[in-house]
Design a protein around this ligand. Structure first.
Ligand code: XIL
Length: 337
């Protein structure tokens, strides 16, 4: 994939700890063969990298940085400021002053450590509600609306050589997109650098919102920003809401897990069509889209096996559980052949 699209955009994957530590040589070979961009699935999130006020744990994050450097892959840091997977100690800070100190130290310490070593940061993740207003996160409550500007300002100071992005899900949908545009304009009006916007891209088979995606690519490009698809997957199992709020869950029920023993060919064919249509759109806007990152390498790794319902068998990615390319993989490649 990385060679097929080398003149258009980077092709990325999110890696978990086992992949970063190269525990399975077949997996490592596949990663090196297919991808030229990487994102840590979890190891740079607050709860892992900053477990206590004065404690940082860079062990696995450093390994990923070394792996990306060795293989000349573009690494996207994910993520500095996010309300989910936030260290429990941070949630318990009461005073506004102490919270601001935590916020400042967190960004400065992590962003400066990797400046010049990684390509980019998702500085802020998921600050918006579906209607485009600001999410009532602990950051908003403690620091007020301008915390997003502050986060980018601190990141800019600590990481002058790193691209800085805002990342969210459903920010291709009109109302949330408008909120996202307003937020970006506020950052720009404050004279603070923002280089790009990430659309996560957690979509559902047969329901990929191509029109809204195209409108969003154009709208974000018009703000002078790079556009990235940062967490792409197309899931096949039922659920009753859209989006990717990791705190939203559904109860387990066998009817919600229909493909335990295999997925019907017609569903795989529809998924292939969806991926093909998406990549056709990305190619049409190759002057605006700089990276397309899959949220994982193979179906067995996907977070969608455990979210929003635990213990399901999902099939959202381009490689199956044996690391064999799926019809969607062939469909995407066929666009260039
Ligand atoms: C997910 C990871 O894939 C899971 O392993 C973890 O348990 C929860 O988070 N949006 C994001 C990602 O920005 O960080 C989330 O990743 C998926 C939704």
């Amino acid at each position: 994939m990385k060679n097929t699209f080398k003149n258009e955009f980077k092709i990325g994957a999110a890696l978990n700890t086992a992949q970063i530590e190269e525990r399975d040589s077949k997996m490592t070979a596949l990663i090196m063969q297919q991808f030229n961009a990487l994102t840590p699935e979890n190891v740079m999130k607050s709860e892992v990298i900053h477990p206590a006020w004065d404690t940082y744990d860079f062990t696995v994050a450093d390994k990923l940085v070394a792996f990306a450097q060795k293989n000349k892959m573009e690494l996207n840091g994910h993520t500095l400021i996010w309300h989910s997977q936030l260290s429990p100690f941070a949630r318990k800070i009461n005073s506004v002053d102490s919270f601001r100190t935590f916020f400042t130290n967190h960004i400065k310490t992590i962003a400066s450590r990797y400046d010049g070593k990684i390509f980019s940061w998702d500085v802020v993740n998921e600050a918006l509600n579906e209607d485009g207003t600001m999410r009532k996160s602990v950051f908003l409550e403690k620091l007020g609306e301008d915390y997003v500007i502050e986060a980018f300002r601190l990141a800019q100071q600590a990481a002058p050589n790193t691209e800085l992005y805002y990342n969210d899900y459903n920010n291709e949908q009109p109302a949330k997109r408008n909120g996202c545009i307003q937020l970006i304009k506020k950052i720009q009006a404050a004279g603070v650098r923002i280089d790009g916007v990430g659309i996560q891209g957690h979509w559902h088979v047969g329901k990929v919102p191509l029109k809204e995606i195209e409108e969003s690519i154009e709208a974000y490009d018009a703000l002078g920003l790079k556009v990235m698809f940062t967490e792409l997957d197309i899931e096949v199992l039922p659920r009753n809401f859209q989006g990717a709020d990791v705190n939203q869950r559904m109860a387990t029920d066998p009817s919600l897990n229909p493909y335990v023993n295999g997925i019907p060919a017609n569903v795989l064919a529809q998924q292939a069509k969806d991926y093909e249509n998406l990549f056709r759109l990305f190619l049409k806007h190759k002057d605006k889209v700089t990276r397309v990152t899959l949220w994982g390498v193979d179906d067995g790794q996907s977070w969608l096996n455990d979210w929003p319902v635990r213990g399901r068998t999902n099939y959202p990615l381009l490689f199956d559980r044996t690391l064999t390319p799926k019809p969607a993989f062939e469909a995407v490649l066929s666009l260039k052949n």
